[in-house]
Design a protein around this ligand. Structure first.
Ligand code: ACO
Length: 372
C-alpha cells in the first residue's frame, strides 16, 4: 500500500508587523478588546504578492525534503487570495520555482484550503497519479480587507507555508480526513466585490465589503471542528489521549480552547500562533506546523490532529502520522525582497485607494444566483 509522507516543510512570513496599537490609529478599537476577544496581539502585512510568498515557502519546503524543483509532480495552491482567475496562481509558482514537470492547480475552500489540498494531494499520491507534491497554504488578505470595518480588520493577517509529500511504503502522512461544508450558513461569511458575480456593478478590485457574522461563525466553527475531530479519530482508531499535538486553524483563541475541551485534549498539546499572526486563513495551519517542527514539538511517529473551518462554511479535520525525520535535509537560498515600509504604512497605502462604503456600498448586492 502507498502512503504520502510529509518530507519537507517551509514557511514565508512577511516581516512587517501590524500591532493592535497600529490598528487603533484608524479604527475604533483597543488592544484590550482585541486581546480579550481573540487572543491576537499582532499580524503580518505583506509587501509582496501572494505568489512570491508562496514561492519562497515552497522553495524552502522542497529544499527541506532534499528535492529539486524538477522532482515535483504537482503543486497545489491552497488559498482564497488569487492574483487572477486566469491564469491560476499555481502556474505562477511553478514558473517562479522552475518546477517545469509539475501539474499546477489552485484550490479554494477559504481557510481550509491547505487542509483540503493536503487531503487531495495525499489521495493523488496514494492512487499513483503523482509521486511528489507540494501543498501550499497562502493568503494576502490585506489587499482585499475592508480596513474600515473593525469587526473583521483586526482579525486577519498575511503569510504562507508549504509541505512536500512523497510516496512512501510506510504508514505515515495523512491517515484520515473528515471533510465537509455547512452550506446553509454560507452567507455568514462573504467578501462582496470580487468575482464574476460582481461584473457590471462598478466594482474596483479591492473595494470589498465583508459580510461577517462573528458570533454565528464562532458557534459553527466550534461545533464543526469538534465533530470533525471526533470523526477522524474514530475512523483512524486513535484515542484522544494518543494525540501528541493539535495544529488547529487559528481564527480565535477562544475557539481553539473550546475545540480542545470538546476533544478532551489539554491545551499544552495545542500549537498556538494566533497571538503573533492572527488568522491567516489557509496559511494558518501550515505555518503553525512549520513552527511546531522548528520548536522541536514534533517527534518521530507523532499523531498530529489538524482541525479547521472557513468560509463556505467548509470544515475539515485531518489526522497525520509523522514519519521518522523532524529536521530539514537542506536549506533554500530564496529570500523575499527587503520591505522598505512599516506595516502601518503598507495598510495606509491600501486604505488610500479603497473607498468601499463611500463608493457603491448600497449597490453592491451579493450575486443572487449563488444563494442567500
Ligand atoms: N474593537 C472594539 N469593539 C469591537 C470590535 C473591535 N475590533 N469589533 C466588534 N466590536 C464590538 C461590536 O460592535 C459589539 O459592540 P456592541 O455590543 O456595542 O454591539 C461588541 O464588540 C461585541 O461584539 P461581538 O461580535 O458580540 O463579540 P464576540 O465576543 O463575539 O467577538 C469575534 C467577536 C472576535 C469576531 C468572535 O465572534 C469571533 O471570533 N468569531 C469567529 C470569527 C472567525 O472565526 N473568523 C474566521 C472565519 S473563517 C475564516 O477563517 C476565513
Amino acid at each position: 500500500m502507498t502512503w504520502a509522507a510529509i518530507t519537507g516543510w517551509g514557511k514565508c512570513m512577511p516581516p512587517a508587523t501590524l500591532t493592535n496599537a497600529d490598528l487603533s490609529t484608524f479604527l475604533d478599537t483597543t488592544d484590550e478588546w482585541i486581546v480579550s476577544r481573540t487572543g491576537m496581539r499582532e499580524r503580518r502585512i505583506s509587501h509582496v504578492s501572494a505568489t512570491e510568498l508562496a514561492t519562497v515557502a515552497a522553495a524552502r519546503a522542497i529544499a527541506c525534503a532534499g528535492l529539486a524543483p524538477d522532482d515535483v509532480d504537482l503543486i497545489v495552491y491552497g488559498s482564497c487570495s488569487n492574483e487572477e482567475a486566469v491564469p491560476n496562481s499555481a502556474s505562477g509558482v511553478q514558473l517562479a520555482l522552475g518546477a517545469t514537470r509539475a501539474a499546477a492547480m489552485d484550490l479554494n475552500t477559504a481557510c481550509t484550503s491547505f487542509l483540503y489540498g493536503l487531503s487531495a494531494a495525499t489521495a493523488m499520491i496514494r492512487t499513483g497519479v503523482v509521486k511528489n507534491a507540494v501543498v501550499i497554504g497562502v493568503e494576502l488578505i490585506s489587499r482585499y480587507m475592508d480596513w474600515s470595518n473593525r469587526s473583521v480588520a483586526v482579525l486577519f493577517g498575511d503569510g504562507a507555508a508549504a509541505v512536500v509529500l512523497q510516496a512512501s511504503s510506510r504508514e505515515e502522512g495523512v491517515l484520515g480526513s473528515a471533510l465537509g461544508c455547512d452550506a446553509d450558513a454560507r452567507a455568514t461569511l462573504r467578501v462582496r466585490g470580487i468575482g464574476c458575480g460582481y461584473a457590471n456593478q462598478g466594482v474596483t478590485l479591492g473595494d470589498t465589503i465583508w459580510d461577517f457574522d462573528g458570533p454565528a461563525i464562532f458557534k459553527r466553527a466550534v461545533n464543526a471542528m469538534s465533530a470533525a475531530s471526533t470523526r477522524v479519530l474514530a475512523e483512524c482508531g486513535v484515542a484522544a489521549d494518543a494525540v501528541d499535538l493539535v495544529v488547529p486553524h487559528q481564527a480565535n483563541l477562544r475557539i481553539i480552547e473550546s475545540v480542545a475541551r470538546h476533544a478532551g485534549i489539554p491545551m499544552e498539546k495545542v500549537m498556538l500562533t494566533v497571538e503573533r499572526y492572527g488568522n491567516m486563513s489557509a496559511a494558518t495551519v501550515p505555518v503553525a506546523l512549520v513552527e511546531a517542527l522548528d520548536a522541536g514539538r514534533v517527534r518521530s511517529g507523532a499523531n498530529i490532529l489538524m482541525p479547521g473551518f472557513g468560509g463556505g462554511l467548509t470544515w475539515a479535520a485531518l489526522l497525520v502520522r509523522w514519519g521518522g525525520r523532524v529536521t530539514p535535509l537542506g536549506e533554500a537560498t530564496r529570500e523575499l525582497a527587503p520591505c522598505p515600509e512599516s506595516a502601518l504604512e503598507l495598510v495606509n497605502g491600501i486604505r488610500a485607494i479603497q473607498d468601499p462604503h463611500g463608493r457603491s456600498a448600497a449597490g453592491l448586492a451579493a450575486p443572487v444566483f449563488i444563494g442567500k
